[in-house]
Design a protein around this ligand. Structure first.
Ligand code: GLN
Length: 487
C-alpha cells in the first residue's frame, strides 16, 4: 500500500478492518513520519511510541473494534492521559503524569483509536499562535515561518503535516477553529456540554469544550461520534442523543438550507483575500441551493470585550489550584521558607507572561468594587449575544462568517501586541459565549495560505455544520500543503 500517512481516517479504518494493512503498520508509519518531520514542525510535546504500538496490537488482535479502530490520533496536551506527561504547555505542570484518563481519552482508547502523543499548545490554552507555549512554538506546515494558530496549533499542524489523520482540540474562544482555518484543516467546536470536560485541565469552565480536528469533514464527524455524549462525571454534560453528524457529513445536502451571513463580522481588519474566499464559498453554497441572506447580530461587536473579562475571571479562579502543593512544580521549598513564599515563587516561575496577564486581569475584574462594572456587565453582554443567536434562528438555519480575519501570520508578528493577538478570535468567540456549535472548514487559499469558512448553528444542531462542510468540501479542490521544506 502507498504512503499510509496520506490516507484519511475513514480509509485507514477500512484498510485495517479488511486486513489490507495492520494497525501496527499504520502506527509505525506515523511514528516514522513524526521522527522525520517533527523536528521542523514541533507539533508534539510528547510521543508515546510504546503505548501507540501496544494499542495498535490490541486492534490487530481483535480486542478492540469500531469505525476508527487502529486510526492514529494526536491529543492536545490539555487532556489527561493516564501515566503520560500532561503539561498544558506550562512549566508549572512539567513532569506531572495524571493518575487517570479524561473521559475523551478513555472513549478514544475504548474505540481502538491509537493515541500517538500529546500536542503543543499555548500555555493553559491562552493564545492564538502556540507562541505562548513554555516549550517553544509550533510551525505552520504551509510555511514554517508562520504560526499554526492557537491555542491548539500542535494538533492542527500534526494534521497538515500528515503526522496524524485525527486530532483532538479544545475551544474556549476559538482554539479549535482558528488553527483549523490557518492550516487548511477541519475543526469543530461542539455544543457546550456535548463532549465531556472531565479530565480537561480547566481554563474557563463555562466556555471550555473539546472537539474533533481532521483533514476531512467525514473524518471529523466519525471522531465526533466517538468522543461526544453524556458523561455523569461532568455536571454540565447534556443528557441527550448526539446529533447525527456522520449521516450529515455523508449527505452534504444544502438545498433549501437558510444561511445567514453575519453583517457585523466583516469590514476593517479583515484581509481582502480572506473576504474574497469567504464570499466565493457563500456563492458556492448558494449555487448548490442554499438560501442566503444577511443577518444582523448587533452585540457580536462586544463579544471580544466580554470574553476578555469572563475568561480571565474564570481562569484566575481555576488556576488558583496550582499552589506548589498539589501538582507539578515546587520552587524554593528549602525548609526555611513559608508556604506562602514557596507558592509565590512557584507561581512566579511556573507561569508565563500571558497566563500572569490573564490572572491579573481576572482578579481585577472580580474584585470588590469592580465586579459589577466589569464581570457583571460582561455577563449581561453574554446574554445579549445569546439573544442575537436566538433571534437569528427565527429566520435562518445557520450563520456563517470568516473563521478568522487573517491568514497565518509570521511567527513573532503579534507577540508584543496582546490586543492584536486577541483579535484573531473576533469571529469565533460569539459561539463560545452562546454555547452553540461552530466549525471551520477549508475555503481555499489566499496568497498560498489557507482561509477558513466558519459555520455556526443552534445548540445540538452539529449536523447542520457537517452538512455545510461536506457540501463545500465536495465543491472545492482539496487544500493540500506543498510541504516544500521537506527534504
Ligand atoms: N485565543 C483565545 C484566548 O487566548 C482562545 C483560546 C482558546 O480557545 N482556548 O483566550
Amino acid at each position: 500500500m502507498s504512503d499510509l500517512t496520506r490516507l484519511t481516517a475513514a480509509e485507514t479504518a477500512s484498510a485495517i478492518a479488511s486486513r489490507e494493512v495492520s494497525a501496527v503498520e499504520v502506527a509505525q508509519a506515523h511514528l516514522d513520519r513524526i521522527a522525520k518531520v517533527d523536528g521542523q514542525v514541533h507539533a508534539f510535546l510528547h510521543v508515546d511510541a510504546e503505548g501507540a504500538l501496544a494499542q495498535a496490537r490490541r486492534v490487530d488482535d481483535g480486542e478492540l473494534s469500531g469505525p476508527l479502530a487502529g486510526v492514529p490520533l494526536a491529543l492536545k496536551d490539555v487532556l489527561c492521559q493516564q501515566d503520560i506527561p500532561t503539561t498544558v504547555g506550562s512549566k508549572i505542570l512539567e513532569g506531572w503524569r495524571p493518575p487517570y484518563d479524561a473521559t475523551v481519552t478513555a472513549r478514544l482508547k475504548a474505540a481502538g483509536v491509537v493515541i500517538l502523543g500529546k500536542t503543543n499548545m499555548d500555555e493553559f490554552a491562552m493564545g492564538s499562535s502556540t507562541e505562548h507555549s513554555a516549550y517553544g512554538p509550533t510551525h505552520n506546515p504551509w510555511d514554517l515561518t508562520r504560526i499554526p494558530g492557537g491555542s491548539g496549533g500542535g494538533s492542527s499542524a500534526a494534521l497538515a503535516s500528515y503526522q496524524a489523520p485525527l486530532a483532538i482540540g479544545t475551544d474556549t474562544g476559538g482554539s479549535i477553529r482558528q488553527p483549523a482555518s490557518v492550516t487548511g484543516t477541519v475543526g469543530v467546536k461542539p455544543t457546550y456540554g456535548g463532549v465531556s470536560r472531565y479530565g480537561l485541565v480547566a481554563f474557563s469552565s463555562s466556555l471550555d469544550q473539546a472537539g474533533p480536528c481532521a483533514r476531512t469533514v467525514l473524518d471529523a464527524a466519525l471522531l465526533h461520534e466517538v468522543i461526544a455524549g453524556y458523561d455523569p462525571r461532568d455536571s454540565t454534560s447534556i443528557n441527550q442523543p448526539v446529533p447525527p453528524v456522520v449521516a450529515a457529513a455523508r449527505s452534504g445536502e444544502v438545498k433549501g438550507l437558510r444561511i445567514g451571513v453575519v453583517k457585523e463580522l466583516t469590514g476593517d481588519g479583515y484581509e481582502e483575500g480572506v473576504q474574497q474566499r469567504f464570499d466565493e464559498a457563500v456563492a458556492i453554497l448558494q449555487s448548490l441551493g442554499a438560501i442566503v441572506t444577511e443577518v444582523s447580530c448587533p452585540h457580536f461587536s462586544y463579544a471580544l470585550t466580554a470574553y476578555y473579562l469572563i475568561a480571565p475571571s474564570e481562569a484566575s479562579s481555576n488556576l488558583a489550584r496550582f499552589d506548589a502543593v498539589r501538582y507539578g512544580l515546587r520552587v524554593g521549598d528549602d525548609g526555611e521558607r513559608s508556604l506562602e513564599e514557596v507558592t509565590a515563587l512557584t507561581r512566579g516561575q511556573g507561569f508565563g507572561a500571558e497566563v500572569k496577564r490573564r490572572i491579573i486581569l481576572g482578579t481585577y475584574a472580580l474584585s470588590s468594587g469592580y465586579y459589577d462594572a466589569y464581570y457583571g456587565q460582561a455577563q449581561k453582554v453574554r446574554t445579549l449575544i445569546t439573544r442575537d443567536f436566538q433571534k437569528a434562528w427565527e429566520s435562518v438555519d445557520v450563520l456563517v462568517a470568516p473563521t478568522c480575519p487573517t491568514v497565518a501570520f509570521p511567527l513573532g508578528a503579534k507577540l508584543e501586541d496582546p490586543l492584536a493577538m486577541y483579535k484573531q478570535d473576533i469571529c469565533s468567540i460569539p459561539s463560545n459565549l452562546y454555547g452553540g456549535p461552530a466549525a471551520s472548514f477549508p475555503a481555499g487559499l489566499s496568497e498560498g495560505l489557507p482561509v477558513g469558512l466558519q459555520v455556526m448553528a443552534p445548540t445540538l444542531r452539529e449536523d447542520l455544520l457537517y452538512q455545510v462542510g461536506a457540501a463545500l468540501e465536495r465543491a472545492l479542490p482539496a487544500a493540500v500543503p506543498p510541504l516544500a521544506w521537506e527534504n
